[in-house]
Design a protein around this ligand. Structure first.
Ligand code: GUN
Length: 292
């Protein structure tokens, strides 16, 4: 049976380390770090993610500015708010929760965030720096996955990593991170997607299989090389009338089946998700330290 990689515990120790750093500097007179969290509308999944981000900020000692705007907010208004936050020297990080309502152009909003405050790591400047190995904010989910593996003694150097999914927020930046000339990289990376054809051909060759598809339980036991490490990035809501809220969360991997084949696996929830938020805290603290 596979060993379960405890993302919740790993993220908690990372938050604890950040909390100690913040506490030390704030005790010696520095102002607290500040993260502006912008949410437009009331998409239930986004509300839940944003709540988790505020909670993590409280725990670490980051002041989170809750900027909850009506779903009808227009793009110009949102761009004005971002511009104000860019110019506010008391704000270290700006996070605009995605997806935005369809009448707002997401690309224009992401481009409007000052790269120095882009703690999500979604700005093209941050992504370009990642691609060429320059220091910059790293996107939270990909960097959280690498951090989770490093802290759980999974070496990447020389391993064949297969990523299923080519999104701009997970698959593509993660491939770049894993390719980096660094002890946190140096892997050989295959990226598969909806047009790859027979996925098993690639996934069965992987020492580390990372599923970031966004579809429930599409990665099954037969697709996994015996002894591989499986990282499940998916968070999918599936109807479940036995639950009070009417749904349960499942990953992109058939967890029960995969447990019989893999050597190590992340659960959903409690795997990658908590690491994403911990890395957002890390980026915000990094941005704040630069204002010294
Ligand atoms: N929507 C889903 N994940 C994320 C994230 O990490 N950051 C933001 N801003 N929006 C998201």
């Amino acid at each position: 049976m596979a060993k379960i990689i405890d993302g919740k515990a790993t993220a908690a120790s990372l938050r604890e380390e950040l909390k100690m750093q913040v506490h030390r500097d704030v005790s010696s007179g520095m102002r607290s770090p500040v993260l502006a969290v912008v949410l437009v509308g009331n998409d239930p999944a986004s509300v839940s993610y944003v709540t988790g981000k505020h909670k993590a900020c409280d725990e670490v000692g980051i002041v989170s500015r809750d900027m909850h705007l009506e779903a009808s907010t227009d793009e110009a208004e949102l761009l004005r708010l971002v511009d104000e936050l860019n110019r506010d020297a008391g704000v270290d990080g700006i996070l605009v929760q995605l997806p935005l309502p369809p009448h707002i152009n997401e690309d224009r909003v992401v481009l409007s965030i000052a790269p120095e405050k882009d703690v999500d790591g979604f700005h093209p400047v941050s992504l370009g720096k990642l691609m060429i190995g320059m220091a910059g904010f790293l996107p939270c989910t990909p960097n959280g996955i690498v951090e989770l593996m490093v802290r759980n003694s999974i070496t990447l150097e020389g391993k064949h990593v297969c990523i299923v999914g080519r999104s701009n927020i997970v698959g593509k930046p993660l491939a770049n991170l894993l390719l980096a000339k660094s002890p946190r990289g140096n892997a050989t990376v295959t990226v598969c997607h909806s047009r790859s054809g027979d996925l098993s051909r690639y996934t069965r060759e992987a020492d580390i299989l990372i599923a970031a598809v966004g579809k429930p339980q599409v990665i099954t036991a037969e697709m996994i090389k015996p002894g591989a490490v499986v990282i499940d990035v998916g968070v999918n809501r599936v109807d479940d009338s036995s639950k009070k809220r009417g749904y349960r969360l499942v990953g992109d991997v058939d967890f029960e089946g995969a447990c019989a084949v893999a050597s190590m696996i992340t659960p959903v929830p409690g795997g990658v998700g908590p690491m994403t938020i911990a890395m957002l805290m890390h980026n915000t603290v990094t941005s704040w330290k630069r204002c010294r």
